[in-house]
Design a protein around this ligand. Structure first.
Ligand code: CMC
Length: 437
């Protein structure tokens, strides 16, 4: 019988030496490559061990994780083993947050206690409100969110005690609870409207809508269809394994700093247009196309390489993005309440044409999560700058689950990549008075 050895044999042609490197879970340990050494031809001294060069971590696993599973070829996304389709249809954002953070679904008592605790931590210190009011009238809400999340570490200095499980749990509850308050206040700030305090009689997402849109009415009554759509969008964004912002949270968290500082780094990473900003670009593209008759010419331009069809394609999903299918249905539900968005017809026709076109089919380009989410957000009267704030609120339990896993993982160390040095060596410093004489 053939026995399969889970190892890799590497022959270093510089020395002729062969090495057996164990393969575990489809990976080899970079440290094992470090044992492969050869003399530096310039000095004849033994050089440093072999390293891996991988800008952007395209083929490097940075951790073991049991939070989120993705199979990009099959279009599978699971949180703690549960398919995203089932969670989006039957769960709620707070239940999904519990699942992500704790690793298992809650009992009724656990769920009630979790919802109660999060609901009663939605208020923030008055001084946070005051410093948020100090931002310029046109401050980007993501900048305001990033700064206020980071500033929360000064209000909760006990958060630095990351080795205490009870303390960690309290900060996690505070962060999930307060993100909508900070996000909504950043929105109200840009509009010059008074900040609205949390209404703890409402659900998590209902209260968020109240803080965003309440005016002079004594009680804001959110439309439950809108609540469901937004809650589903939060679920769809709740985690996506080792994406750029989760990696930022883990990298900063690996220094053992408090979770507010780590999550602020995640907000910063999400702010970037390559990460959180594509739905805004979809909206601009649809506006530019303007009407269905202009689609064929637009598609020809994309195929000629003039531009990309925004909201299509994904680094990981090469079959379909499971989140896109769910979002499309939610978009239709929202338009029942808000009235249809003329851009929806363009989006649907564009999708139909692209899915039949050989260019897109052969390159495995399908609608991604951002293709329809911008349309929903616009229908809910969010300005484009707010789109990424909504993403950040949804992603918070994911960031915290990744952070929690990191701080309990004995294998983790401070994140400190290697480099390939390409600069000068051994120059002699000449002081300014001599250099400029
Ligand atoms: N429109 C037209 N052509 C495309 C597109 C597109 N949206 N995406 C990829 N291609 C083509 C690309 O030109 C290339 O063609 P060729 O082989 O002839 O050179 C081929 O498809 C492979 O592209 P790639 O750039 O190697 O693919 P990637 O995996 O590096 O890029 C992507 C993934 C998402 C950056 C890219 O598909 C893209 O730019 N899409 C539009 C932006 C977008 O919607 N981003 C949101 C991503 S989902 C949000 C998230 O989960 O973070």
């Amino acid at each position: 019988m053939l026995t399969v050895t889970e190892s890799l044999t590497v022959r270093d042609n510089r020395t002729g030496v062969e090495y057996d490197i164990p393969i575990t879970d489809g990976t080899i340990r970079a440290a094992d490559l470090g044992k492969i050494k050869a003399a530096d031809p310039a000095t004849s001294e033994e050089g440093p061990g072999l390293a891996v060069y991988d800008p952007g971590f395209v083929n490097t696993a940075s951790c073991r994780s049991s939070v989120t599973y993705i199979d990009g070829d099959k279009g599978v996304l699971e949180y703690r083993g549960y398919p995203i389709e089932q969670l989006a249809e039957k769960s709620s954002f707070l239940e999904v947050s519990y699942l992500l953070v704790h690793g298992a679904l809650p009992t009724k008592e656990e769920y009630d206690a979790w919802v109660h605790e999060i609901t009663f931590h939605t208020f923030v210190h008055e001084n946070i409100k005051e410093f948020m009011q100090g931002f310029r009238y046109d401050a980007h809400p993501m900048g305001m969110l990033m700064a206020s999340v980071g500033a929360m570490s000064t209000f909760y200095p006990d958060a630095a005690n990351i080795s205490d499980p009870d303390n960690r749990r309290l900060q996690i509850i505070r962060l999930i609870a307060k993100m909508p308050t900070l996000g909504a206040w950043a929105f109200r700030h840009a509009q010059g409207k008074p900040y609205v305090y949390p209404d703890n009689d409402l659900s998590y997402t209902g209260n968020f809508l109240s803080m965003l849109f309440k005016m002079s009415e004594s009680k804001y009554a959110p439309d439950e269809r809108i609540v469901k759509a937004l809650d589903t969008l939060f679920i769809l964004h709740a985690d996506h394994e080792q994406n750029a912002s989760a990696n930022a949270v883990r990298s900063v968290g690996s220094t053992q700093v408090d979770p507010y500082s780590s999550v602020a780094a995640g907000v910063g990473a999400l702010f970037g247009p390559l990460h959180g900003g594509a739905n805004e670009a979809v909206l601009r593209m649809l506006r530019r196309i303007g009407k269905v008759e202009n689609i064929p010419a637009f598609i020809e331009g994309v195929k000629a390489g003039n531009e990309r069809l925004m909201g299509f394609g994904h680094r990981v999903y090469k079959n379909y993005d499971p989140r896109a299918t769910i979002i499309k249905q939610q978009a239709l539900n929202v338009f029942e309440v808000t009235g249809t968005n003329p851009l929806l017809n363009i989006a649907m026709e564009l999708e139909k044409i692209a899915l039949e076109d050989e260019y897109f089919v052969s390159r495995k380009l399908y609608p991604n999560v951002d293709f329809y989410s911008g349309l929903i957000y616009e229908a809910l009267e969010f300005p484009p700058e707010m789109f990424t704030v909504l993403f950040a609120i949804g992603r918070t339990p994911g960031w915290l689950s990744q952070w929690l896993e990191l701080v309990q993982d004995k294998e983790q160390k401070i994140a400190r990549p290697k480099q390939i040095y390409t600069g000068e060596r051994g120059l002699t410093f000449v002081p300014r008075d001599v250099r400029w004489a």
